[in-house]
Structures are given as structure tokens and as C-alpha cells.
Design a binder for this molecule. Structure first.
Ligand SMILES: [Zn+2]
Length: 314
């Protein structure tokens, strides 16, 4: 009987289930619609957990070779998550509040279930098998709809006193004037995020790549950067400088070996990462050649590998 672990990336739109063997090989991936075509599962954690549990059981049963048995499952969830008691206190994109997720899923699957915040799940993947592999002190960020960070010290992810460590997106930048969905004025993610970059690009008159006259996405701006468009490069440089200023304080406090940046906005690559690296090396010249600023390596699989490790190390 082969022993199988499930690592699951729960997203606001899609959910991806990965099944792994004990040698940490990813055997199969299953993609699902998180909320359903009519969003009928929004706010309905019960329907969601039943659907996912059924897909995990089916995928394990369909594995070729020796009969397989599921031994544990790990989940990365977008929202406020307590890995100790397995409760999701708030996941806005899913409409969940105070959901005892690990207990519910464990009851359905009859195996131990571990959960964590999605950015810490991404970081775990990059630490175990990606850009931060072999490093003990790291800051990992994902920048998409918003921006979030995960911090590793001595090889361990830091959660903070209220499971809120790394919420850098809602740190206010002096001089910014836009109201953030969280209610505050001038949060970092009003600029350093997909929507933030898109707004700056529209204001600068940049165009959408596919849709003539449409609002440019951060990905469009990244494409303009690869054509060396000065305005696009300037927008990414500006976002990089705002982020670098916050990271400067983080580096002074935490002394990381590596900063790993993933998510849609980071796809711009060096036009975004370069100014961050330069700024940090200028301010901390003794870290030149020691502190790396790198693009995430594992793409979408970071979250699956991280979630697998939540289960594997349980
Ligand atoms: Zn905010």
C-alpha cells in the first residue's frame, strides 16, 4: 500500500489539489472551480469541503500502480488562518468566517489536516524546493491582487502573536492618498499590487496588450517593460522604490539571506526586482553579494509543495 499526501492550494477563483508520494514527488494535479460557476459555494464552506474531499478521494483511487491510501492533507488558504486550531477566522474572497476548516476536512477524509495562510504556504514551497532552498532566513512576498509577505527565521515560518505577521500591504506610505479596501489611506498595496500598477498605467495612457482601448493590466505593463517602454519601466521602478523602502526596515530588523518575490506583478522580472536589489545594496553595502533578491522559482507549484509539507510535517 503506497502512502499518499494531499497538498491543496485554495484560491479565490481556482483550487488545485496535488497528490504526493513519500519521496515528495508530485504524482497528479486536479484543478477545480472554488466557488462554482454561479458562485453557489460562496460562504458555504460545508459544500466546498465536501466537494474537495470527494475529488481527493477520487484522485487517490485513480492512481495507477499499488493501491494507495491517503495519510494526511495540507491546505494553503487565502485569509486569516490559525494553524494551531485549524480555524479560518476570515477569508473574504471565499465568504468564510470562523470556519473550523481542519476539523471539517479531517472528519470527511479521516486523516490529519493542517492549514496555513496562502503566503506562508507559498513561502514553505520556495524554502523547501525553490528560490529559498537551503536558506534559513528569508522574506517571501507574493504580489497580485494585494501584497503579502511571509518571514522565515532559523528555518521556521514566523506567524506572530495574532497570525498576522507579514501583512506589509497595509503598511501606510507617507504621501499616498488613495483609500485602500481596508479603509485606511495610502496603504502600500494601493500602488504595489496588480490593481495599483494597472491604475498608474491607465493614468499614464498605456494601453492594454490584447484589448485595444482597454484598461492595461500589470501584465500588460510588464510586456511594455520588455519593449523598453519608458513609462512602463518608470511605473515598475516607482512601485519597486515604495516596496524597497518598506523592505529596508525589514532587512534592518531581520537580516534575511534572501528576498523571494512571486505573484503576477513580479512577472515583470528585473525592471521590478533590479531597483529593489540596488536600493537594498546601497543602504546595506556590507550585504552586497550576500543578500539576494530573487524571483520565485516554482510558479503555481510553490503553494502545492508548501501545502504538501504542511501535511508531511504534521
Ligand atoms: Zn489597506
Amino acid at each position: 500500500m503506497s502512502r499518499i499526501y494531499a497538498g491543496v492550494d485554495v484560491g479565490g477563483t481556482g483550487t488545485v489539489i496535488g497528490l504526493f508520494d513519500e519521496q515528495r514527488h508530485l504524482l497528479v494535479k486536479v484543478q477545480l472551480d472554488t466557488l462554482g460557476s454561479n458562485r453557489e459555494r460562496f460562504g458555504n464552506a460545508d459544500a466546498y469541503t465536501r466537494m474537495v474531499a470527494q475529488h481527493i478521494r477520487d484522485a487517490v483511487a485513480r492512481l495507477p500502480g499499488d493501491p494507495a491510501t491517503l495519510v494526511a492533507a495540507g491546505f494553503g488558504i487565502p485569509g486569516q488562518v490559525n494553524p494551531e486550531d485549524g480555524v479560518v477566522s476570515d477569508a473574504t474572497n471565499l465568504g468564510w468566517r470562523h470556519v473550523p476548516f481542519a476539523w471539517m476536512m479531517g472528519d470527511l477524509l479521516q486523516v490529519p489536516v493542517r492549514i496555513d495562510h496562502d503566503v506562508r504556504t507559498f513561502a514553505k514551497g520556495e524554502l523547501m524546493a525553490g528560490a529559498a532552498q537551503g536558506r534559513s532566513h528569508a522574506i517571501c512576498l507574493t504580489i497580485g491582487t494585494g501584497i503579502a509577505a511571509a518571514i522565515a527565521i532559523d528555518g521556521k515560518l514566523v506567524r506572530g502573536g495574532h497570525n498576522l505577521a507579514g501583512e506589509i500591504g497595509h503598511d501606510v506610505v507617507t504621501g499616498l492618498t488613495r483609500q485602500c479596501p481596508c479603509g485606511k489611506i495610502g496603504c502600500l498595496e494601493t500602488v504595489v499590487s496588480g490593481p495599483g500598477i494597472s491604475r498608474l498605467a491607465a493614468a499614464a495612457g498605456l494601453t492594454s496588450w490584447q484589448n485595444e482601448g482597454g484598461i492595461p493590466t500589470a501584465e500588460d505593463v510588464a510586456r511594455h517593460c520588455s519593449d523598453l517602454n519608458e513609462q512602463a519601466l518608470g511605473i515598475y521602478r516607482y512601485a519597486a522604490e515604495l516596496l524597497a523602502e518598506k523592505l529596508e526596515t525589514a532587512v534592518a530588523l531581520l537580516d534575511p539571506e534572501v528576498i523571494v518575490i512571486g505573484g503576477g506583478v513580479a512577472k515583470a522580472g528585473e525592471p521590478f526586482l533590479g531597483p529593489i536589489r540596488e536600493r537594498l545594496h546601497d543602504r546595506f553595502p556590507w550585504l552586497r553579494g550576500k543578500l539576494s533578491v530573487m524571483h520565485a522559482e516554482l510558479g503555481d507549484e510553490a503553494a502545492l509543495i508548501g501545502a504538501f509539507h504542511h501535511a508531511y510535517e504534521a
